[in-house]
Write a protein that binds this ligand. Structure first.
Ligand SMILES: C[S@@+](CC[C@H](N)C(=O)[O-])C[C@H]1O[C@@H](n2cnc3c(N)ncnc32)[C@H](O)[C@@H]1O
Ligand code: SF4
Length: 427
């Protein structure tokens, strides 16, 4: 047993009440029933230029393959439509890949979805600065997209070149300015830090520059190297490699101070938000249904993931759902899943917990044993309404959280990228 596998059963026992590792199999999941505070997710797995560090399911854009994808994703939506009737969805998050790599295709998929599934709240889309010309932005606005998240990553041409991004700093800032001028409800900018050769000064310039544009939300991610990514492979990295902690800490401290001074408040481990604005995040909803290759779904009964391979995905449709692996979700695991995302959002309240799990459910009874040591260590504090993550907790919790989640994500995504239909995945 390696060091990596020793800690897993211990953490799993503490969090989920069972030491046994998760086993995802080919067993088809149940169709969704009544969902709780659900969201929708759509994955578009194409990019014009593949960044070597990127862990997401993405392939180089190909027109014919995109057509096959577009046809298949509409068929997948049709399969689900009868099971989603009468439900309201707080949001639809469109991620990638680069969702606007073929924006006319994306608009056509969205029209189809809006036709089959009613009551969708905010629609959020991830954008690459190189794939968001003025026609594209206007079309997104017209179809009802309300929130944008733009992958600026850095404003320094030297840093962008080093990480092999296909745009320069000026193009990225111009893209943000044009998007903001159109009056979307919220514009988020992603920046990456602890990048190769990036100095503290570079980082401070990145943060101050994008904040000065008046964006609604800033999200900052230290660059992680996943073993299966091109970067991971090229470096022969066997374990998930993390940037030096001292660097992460000082860059995060600057971000926090500068954002607070500029009127953006921390709303999640990685994000800062303007007052009275709504958070932009992909999978922090309680239940969600995902469409497209590699999209995950959490229905409260099952957690499952579609096949990653676009051809395999299209070959299953329209006959059946293109699910690669799934696992049943017990109530306790669902509670742990809820807590995981609330901690990520820095707050877990009794009221929310009861709203999701029933009047008699108790956050203290279920997770007191886990939360008390965190309070003792100064990472969390009790608040009237429940528990809050402290500033030092936000740093340490993201470290623990990443240890845990990257280890799972790395394993699940790594296996699904290698095999379209794995026999099983043990997490
Ligand atoms: C799917 S991408 C965003 C949309 C678009 N594809 C782009 O690159 O601009 C989502 C975000 O994940 C972050 N990201 C990608 N690879 C990462 C890595 N290895 N470590 C940390 N963050 C990463 C980047 O900030 C990126 O903007
Ligand atoms: S970071 Fe964005 S553009 Fe780069 S490969 Fe990943 S999804 Fe594509």
């Amino acid at each position: 047993m390696t060091g990596k596998t020793i800690w897993k059963p211990v953490v799993q026992k503490l969090v989920t009440g069972r030491a046994r590792r998760f086993r995802m199999t080919k067993q088809p999941p149940q169709w969704p029933g009544q969902l709780m505070a659900p969201g929708l997710y759509l994955h578009v797995p194409f990019c014009k230029n593949l960044c070597p560090y990127c862990p997401y399911n993405r392939i180089e854009y190909d027109e014919d393959l995109f057509r096959a994808y577009e046809r298949a994703v509409k068929q997948e939506i049709d399969l689900y439509a009868p099971y989603l009737e009468g439900q309201s969805f707080s949001s639809l998050y469109i991620g990638g890949g680069t969702p606007t790599v073929n924006w006319r295709g994306l608009i056509s998929i969205l029209r189809h979805l809006q036709d089959r599934v009613q009551n969708i709240g905010d629609i959020c889309v991830e954008l690459h600065p190189g794939n968001m010309d003025c026609d594209c932005l206007s079309a997104l606005k017209d179809i009802g997209i309300t929130m944008l998240s733009i992958g600026v990553e850095s404003t320094s041409d030297a840093v962008l070149e080093r990480i092999q991004r296909s745009h320069d700093g000026r193009t990225a800032l111009d893209a943000v300015t044009r998007a903001m001028a159109l009056g979307f409800k919220s514009v988020n900018v992603d920046l990456m830090f602890a990048l190769p050769g990036q100095s503290q000064q570079d980082w401070e310039r990145d943060v101050t520059t994008v904040v000065s544009l008046g964006i609604d939300q800033l999200s900052t991610y230290p660059m992680f190297s996943f073993p299966y990514s091109d970067l991971g492979r090229s470096k022969g990295i066997r374990q998930v490699t993390r940037p030096p902690h001292r660097l992460i800490k000082s860059m995060l401290n600057f971000t926090d101070e500068h954002c607070e001074q500029s009127g953006l408040h921390r709303c999640a481990v990685w994000s800062w938000l303007k007052p009275r604005k709504e958070k932009f995040s992909s999978i922090t909803r309680h239940h969600y249904i995902g469409f497209g290759p590699s999209a995950a779904s959490m229905t409260g009964m099952d957690f499952y993931v579609n096949t990653f391979d676009v051809n395999a995905y299209a070959s299953k449709l329209p006959a059946e759902r293109p699910v690669a692996v799934s696992m049943p979700v017990r109530r306790r695991l669902e509670m742990a899943y809820w807590l995981y995302w609330r901690i990520y959002e820095l707050k877990a309240t009794h009221e929310d917990f009861c709203a999701v799990f029933g009047e008699t459910a108790s956050l203290d009874a279920e997770f007191g044993h886990l939360l008390r040591p965190l309070i003792w260590a100064g990472l969390m504090e009790r608040a009237n309404e429940g528990y809050r993550v402290t500033q030092s907790g936000a740093y340490w919790i993201h470290r623990l959280q990443n240890e845990y989640s990257l280890s799972y994500i790395n394993h699940l995504w790594g296996k699904c990228r290698k095999e379209p239909w794995p026999e099983e995945v043990i997490l």
